[in-house]
Design a protein around this ligand. Structure first.
Ligand SMILES: [Zn+2]
Length: 574
């Protein structure tokens, strides 16, 4: 490809709405352009890199035994109503109406479609296992699209769905995808690592996310360097000890605390109740049920854990009005000891088990209760791990201190079980003659997001640093004179033909620009190798090979192609 033939609109400055480095570089290197918030056009070079990521994904899916299909982006709402996600995923679903007034959904994912297909086409255990995948455009009604391709309204995702006759079979399918994902991200030059994850609105009972460490990531991961335990903070647990038992009074005792409505205020004189001796009482709406949640004063509630433990599709804090109507007291004076409605469920964090000599709100504005023994004074419906882990807490597996880092989620594997097959009647005839629901797994890779994660991880002050495997072009030939009869251009054309014949992706910068402009652009776009053809070195019978992040080499003209091929095979990501 000749530079003048394609479109590479590099920019000196990124538009102001690009917040993170990879988003800025996608724009500055002329890879994408914004059409509207969260909606982008892929320009020629961005598309080339994207197609290479997709090719790696397809190769590894095929190698793992999955078969490619293509499902419609336009989906009827009925199957989403049948699975229950019409309601539970409604905040991200794009809904539209056709001219006849019929409603449609734009696919954010395809569990319902593939399960409908399986219900019709898979009838016998003899057809199992099966794994179907597609690489296609997906839609998410992001209220606040940001960070470029990281959180877009329209994006490309690879989604795969496995169907097995048994739980063991489903586990084997899961493992194959897990292994394929490990290979995919390694081949994309990404340092991605798997972490235990919450299963969220997709449902299911077992899942891992593949994370790329990045300060700009929207996820937080707790991990242990000693034993490699790693989990999304929404799921992570630690080996932190329970609250220490202490001497306490014979009964809970009310005392006045005028104007005290925070943990911190109660921890100061004249009260001086340390946060770790306070019980924080929170009111939540889990789906349509109101629940009380008890957390130690120095801990934070993890809402994702609350939803997962209570089986709720969505949880939210109750409003002040809802709280006053329920407990006749305002936030800051709430408790679970006295004056709570019968049948109100009380969920307490494990760390409070056995805690005594605690202080909590009295459900009366301006009053608290002391000498509270949680098991004696509070009717706890169920104990759960509900708190968010902090850095430095002991690892749940080996007790070494945990660390927390930010990361970008690029892939997710779920063991779904029979949630969708039961909802959509996808059954098969088992070997023993009985009808059973198909056991499913689902596996996603954000392809456009992976592309951006590669840039987030691979860059320097001059621009993108692509891995060879996904670079839009692997080599940029830079003749410093571009007249057709110049020696520089003639050697460049010869190299171009030879490298192309050897299967190398080459771009020839035939622009009549100053060398500085050409070199700057080549570094900004991030081609792994640049070959400069200048009059001075050509007169000495040499050209200059510059790896994107390595030292320049002068090599003889005749040996240049061979030297480059050697450099490429040495640096290739297999
Ligand atoms: Zn550990």
């Amino acid at each position: 490809m000749k530079w003048t033939q394609t479109l590479i609109p590099t920019l000196r400055e990124a538009p102001a709405d690009a917040e993170i480095l990879s988003h800025k570089l996608l724009l500055r290197a002329g890879l994408i352009r914004k059409l509207a918030g969260g909606v982008y056009t892929f320009l020629p070079l961005g598309l080339r890199a994207l197609r290479k990521v997709e090719a790696i994904v397809r190769e590894e899916m095929d190698r793992a035994g999955a078969v490619e299909v293509l499902m419609p982006a336009l989906q009827p709402p009925e199957i989403w109503q049948q699975s229950g996600r019409y309601t539970t995923a409604s905040n991200v679903l794009f809904k539209l109406k056709d001219s006849g007034g019929r409603e449609w959904l734009l696919s954010p994912t395809a569990e319902e479609v593939i399960t409908t297909l399986a219900a019709n086409e898979i009838n016998s255990y003899r057809q199992l296992p099966k794994n179907f995948y597609q690489v296609s455009v997906k839609f998410r009604d992001e209220i606040r699209p940001r960070f470029g391709l990281m959180r877009a309204k329209e994006f490309i995702m690879k989604d795969a769905y496995s169907f097995d006759a048994s739980d063991e079979g489903a586990m084997a399918s899961y493992q194959k995808m897990y292994d394929a994902y490990t290979r995919i991200f390694a081949r994309c030059g990404l340092q991605a690592f798997p972490v235990e994850a919450d299963t969220g609105v997709i449902g299911g009972n077992y899942s891992h996310e593949f994370m790329v460490p990045a300060d700009t990531g929207e996820n937080e991961v707790a991990f242990c360097e000693a034993c490699h335990y790693a989990a999304n903070l929404e799921k992570a647990t630690s080996g932190i000890p329970r609250t220490a038992a202490r001497e306490t009074g014979p009964a809970a005792e009310k005392f006045p605390t005028p104007g005290v409505v925070t943990i911190e205020a109660l921890s100061k004189a004249p009260y001086s109740v340390p946060a770790n001796r306070q019980i924080k009482t929170l009111v939540y709406i889990a789906d349509s049920h109101t629940v009380l949640v008890l957390i130690r004063g120095d801990d934070q509630l993890n809402e994702t854990k609350l939803a997962a433990r209570t089986g709720a599709a969505a949880v939210r804090p109750a409003t002040v009005e809802e709280i006053v109507a329920l407990l006749a007291a305002r936030p800051g004076s709430l408790g679970a000891v006295a004056k709570i409605p019968a049948n109100l469920k009380v969920f307490a964090d494990d760390r409070l088990q056995g805690a005594n000599d605690m202080t909590t709100g009295a459900n009366e504005d301006g009053f608290h209760l002391k000498n509270v023994s949680i098991e004696r004074d509070i009717q706890v419906t169920a104990w759960f791990d509900l708190r968010t882990v902090s850095a430095g807490e002991p690892c749940v597996k080996c007790a070494k201190p945990l660390k927390i880092r930010r990361a970008i989620e690029v892939g997710h594997v779920f063991k779904l079980g029979t949630k969708y097959s039961e909802a959509l009647n996808a059954t098969f005839l088992a070997a023993d003659g009985s009808r059973q629901p198909l056991v499913m797994g689902c596996y996603g890779i954000g392809v456009t997001r992976t592309l951006q994660a590669i840039i987030e991880q691979g860059n320097d002050k001059d621009g993108v640093v692509w891995p060879l495997s996904v670079a839009p072009y692997q080599v940029c030939l830079t003749p410093l004179a571009v007249a057709p009869d110049s020696q520089a251009m003639q050697v460049a054309e010869k190299f171009y033909a030879e490298l192309t014949a050897r299967g190398v992706d080459v771009i020839l910068d035939d622009r009549d620009e100053r060398p500085g402009v050409k070199f700057k652009d080549a570094d900004l776009v991030g081609f792994p190798f640049r070959i400069a053809l200048g009059e001075k070195s050509l007169a000495k019978g040499e050209v200059e090979i510059k790896p994107r992040s390595g030292a320049m080499l002068s090599v003889p003209i005749d040996g240049a192609v061979e030297a480059l091929m050697n450099l490429m095979s040495a640096g290739a990501v297999k």
